[in-house]
Design a protein around this ligand. Structure first.
Ligand SMILES: Cc1cc2nc3c(=O)[nH]c(=O)nc-3n(C[C@H](O)[C@H](O)[C@H](O)COP(=O)(O)O)c2cc1C
Length: 381
């Protein structure tokens, strides 16, 4: 039987699946639902120093559909609790839960960072997540380069509490790789890679921003490749452990993040849209995957992809592939003809066929609605 346990930011988790900070972790009852449904840990909905953020506007969610994916566009800022209420919330959560409770805070003055983080430690939090990366928080909205502030805050909070300190990184940086190394050197016990982007959607009839009228958090399943890219680059280089966050919707996504080097994976959008039961489904998928692959522990496959990522000089650039159309399956829809910039698709008795101009790019095979096109070795056509 595979063992799903993992160590993240010096915390022992029964599974790598952590429920990320959001409304779904905003009350003790919701945290209990996370635990009952198999979460390895929870990160509580952020406590903000900026009081106005404690009152959320309505409505604050919009599903923005793109062709095969979507954005959960939302403006749900902070926990409604003040610092004292929040400390009581953490205290009660610690009495009711046996999994680690990570308290998330977002401040903009040194005094508040110190005060809030000490309060969280006294209330019994197992670790503190530093949320300077909120897509509609003070730091990102002011347009500042948050890395300097994050390094400073990580050192500051580290020197004031004994529990693990975990900066949550913004994806909005010119170099998340060097940001991660700097936070590791600053003493971070763990890193969350990443919070969401700040986005804007526009109602073209009203010619105004949708929802509350400002920028909002912009994330969804499409965000996973950004996280995979940076975690795979950072994981082999840092001492601290990494929790992925961004676009993990199911078990396959969680496996991908672990293969890229994450010790834990935070889930948020999928819990909001599919319910807490999705956590157990992910755990089950992980177990099945590990059994199928012969892995006993998460460490057996953690980071396995990192050494296989090629640099640009090592990429195989031989043009070995060409497209081949199965005439039986072809419906003559002409999609391949429309997208081929090499003029390699031509009509042959009402059906399409590939000529010698084919560059092997593979786009026609990707777009063929009836899967009539395959990529084969040049010369086999
Ligand atoms: C509605 C909503 C509220 C969120 N609130 C917080 C928050 O209070 N603090 C925080 O650090 N991240 C917050 N996040 C970000 C999530 O914790 C998570 O990092 C992000 O959504 C990416 O993960 P996902 O793709 O699984 O949703 C929120 C996200 C959503 C969708």
């Amino acid at each position: 039987m595979p063992n799903l346990s993992t160590t993240y930011a010096k915390l022992n988790l029964r599974t790598p699946v952590i429920v990320a900070s959001a409304g779904i972790t905003g009350t003790v009852e919701r945290l209990q639902r996370c635990e009952e449904n198999g979460a390895g840990a929870v990160v509580t909905k952020s406590l903000f120093q900026k009081e106005v953020c404690r009152i959320a506007p309505t409505p604050r969610f919009k599903i923005v559909k793109h062709e095969n994916t979507f954005t959960l566009y939302s403006y749900e800022q902070a926990s409604e609790f003040d610092p004292q209420e929040y400390a009581e919330f953490i205290f009660k959560a610690k009495q009711k839960l046996s999994i680690p409770v990570i308290a998330s805070i977002n401040c903009y003055t040194d005094d508040a960072w110190i005060e809030y983080s000490k309060l969280m430690e006294q209330a019994g939090a197992d670790a503190i997540e530093l949320n300077l990366s909120c897509p509609h928080g003070v730091h990102i909205m002011s347009g500042m380069d948050v890395i300097e502030e994050m390094v400073h805050t990580t050192k500051l909070v580290k020197s004031n509490v004994k529990i693990p300190v975990i900066p949550k990184m913004t994806p909005q940086s010119t170099n998340p790789g060097s940001d991660a190394l700097r936070l590791d050197q600053a003493g971070a016990d763990g890193l969350v890679m990443f919070n969401r982007f700040t986005g804007l959607d526009i109602d073209i009839e009203k010619e105004a921003p949708i929802l509350h009228g400002g920028y909002a958090g912009h994330g969804g399943p499409w965000a996973i490749m950004y996280g995979l890219r940076w975690i795979s680059a950072v994981a082999p280089k840092v001492k601290c452990s990494i929790s992925a966050s961004g676009g993990a919707m199911n078990g396959e996504d969680v496996v991908k993040y672990i293969l890229a080097g994450a010790s834990a994976v935070q889930v948020c959008t999928t819990v909001i849209l599919n319910g807490y039961g999705v956590i157990n489904k992910i755990n089950k998928y992980l177990e099945e995957y590990m059994e199928r692959k012969g892995y006993y522990t998460i460490d057996d496959f953690k980071g396995k992809v990192c050494s296989k990522i090629l640099d640009m000089d090592s990429v195989d650039r031989t043009h070995w592939a060409v497209a081949k159309i199965d005439k039986e399956k072809c419906t003559s829809c002409s999609k391949c003809f429309t997208v081929c910039i090499y003029d390699a698709i031509e009509k042959d008795n009402g059906k399409f066929r590939v000529n010698q101009n084919c560059d092997g790019c593979g786009l026609c095979a990707e777009l063929c609605p009836v899967k009539a096109i395959s990529m084969v070795k040049r010369g086999e056509v």
